[in-house]
Write a protein that binds this ligand. Structure first.
Ligand SMILES: Cc1ncc(COP(=O)(O)O)c(C=O)c1O
Length: 390
């Protein structure tokens, strides 16, 4: 089945549910058994059975199966947020004395978790240049257990050479992990590129309506599934059934929503590129973007999240005046919903392995499902305020 049909069919079975199109939501802690043999069987086979709410129910399994079908992975593990999916995967893989390689462009809370929690547990993190590619081999140590990628970086948008990085990770005995939220699992097939663990903040495009926190870890094989699932369940972490239902419902309309985010995002990005107030638009699908060729090689499309660097003559106060003048773009630390969003960014301050090449103040836009002409008019008002404040 092709991707769009997988999205409309995976994780549902009307014939098992009175013909009803969508699967029911199972709210469950306790599962009861008809006899002691059945109870013991559930314990013997915790990865396959429904025997206690925390381990999963038909609702969580349906969501996990649908995301795995979308990404072309083996199995999925639903998590209560995207960050929980990241930290849950890392906690399953590391022990004291281990080493991690993490891209310098990583989502800031992922960096914070490595620096504050994993450091305390005796796990050492080295941040690497997102554009290192095969050069990652030089940074591998005998105790490197995982190479964490995020492509494109969700603030700075560097596209990573995932096949080269995965190859170097595997040669050194490490697993390759990807934060695949930007592609929504739709515009990039991680397992075809050698990634072992693909993580998504389903909070963003999969849920798509800004009304639930949800994450998903999808793995390449059963051995990894067992290591991660065991660790996640023993840590007491599980996603709520209503949130999994919302994730599953979001998947049904993911393809047309992403098509619209892509088209409107590009229309706005191209328009911004022509503005004299703009020094650079950080959008991998623009030919002017330094990693455009890599994006074209590995991705089949782009979402509506990208960065904007203003000309050097503006300062952050003027940038803030620009943001304050927007009315359709709301100010909010998220993306992936139907509504358009903007935030100020300071990528220079949260990097340690690489220098930020731009001098002007920056911001990030999430182009939602609004009419792009209205969004341009909103940005036009922002530019008027920017020029007044300069
Ligand atoms: C790239 C990326 N990964 C992970 C997350 C975390 O997701 P959540 O907010 O669901 O914990 C975010 C949230 O903004 C993100 O942007």
């Amino acid at each position: 089945m092709r991707k769009d049909t997988r999205l409309t069919t995976a994780g549902r079975s009307p014939e098992a549910n009175h013909g009803i199109v969508n699967p029911p939501v199972y709210h469950a802690s306790t599962v009861t058994f008809p006899n002691i043999a059945a109870l013991k069987e559930g314990q013997r086979n915790p990865f396959e059975s429904v025997h206690y709410g925390r381990f999963g129910t038909p609702t969580t399994h349906a969501f996990e199966g649908a995301v795995a079908a979308l990404e072309g992975g083996h199995r999925g593990i639903s998590m209560p947020s995207g960050l929980a999916a990241i930290t849950g995967a890392l906690m399953a893989l590391v022990k004291a004395g281990d080493h991690l390689l993490v891209t310098d462009s990583v989502y800031f809370p992922t960096r914070k978790f490595c620096d504050q929690v994993l450091t305390r547990l005796g796990v050492d993190t080295t941040y690497y240049d997102p554009r290192a590619g095969a050069g990652i081999a030089d940074l591998m140590r005998p105790n490197t257990v995982a190479v964490f990628t995020e492509s494109p970086g969700s603030l700075s948008f560097e596209v990573q050479d995932l096949p080269a990085i995965a190859k170097a990770a595997h040669a050194g005995g490490a697993v390759a992990i990807l934060d695949n939220t930007w592609s929504a699992g739709y515009f990039l097939a991680p397992f075809e590129l050698g990634i072992d663990i693909s993580i998504q903040a389903a909070t963003k495009f999969i849920v798509g309506h800004s009304d639930a926190m949800l994450g998903c870890i999808t793995v390449a094989d059963e051995a990894l599934y067992r290591v991660l699932k065991e660790s996640v369940t023993i840590s007491g972490v599980c996603a709520g059934p209503d949130d999994c239902y919302l994730g599953l419902r979001g998947l049904r309309s993911l393809a047309p929503r992403l098509a619209r985010h892509q088209a409107s995002g590009l229309a706005v990005a191209e328009w911004l590129e022509r503005r004299p107030e703009v020094a650079a638009v950080l959008h991998p699908a623009l030919p002017s973007f330094p990693d455009h060729a890599l994006w074209k090689r590995d991705f089949s499309g782009a979402c509506g999240l990208f960065g904007v660097v203003l000309a050097d003559r503006f300062d952050e106060t003027a940038r803030d005046a620009f943001l304050d003048a927007l009315t359709l773009f709301a100010l909010g630390y998220s993306w992936g919903g139907y509504e358009s969003l903007a935030i100020p960014t300071r990528p220079a301050t949260i990097r340690s392995a690489t220098a930020w090449p731009h001098r002007g103040p920056s911001l990030r836009l999430h182009v939602g499902l609004d009419d792009p002409e209205d969004l341009k008019a909103d940005l036009e008002a922002g530019f008027a305020a920017l020029n007044r404040a300069a």
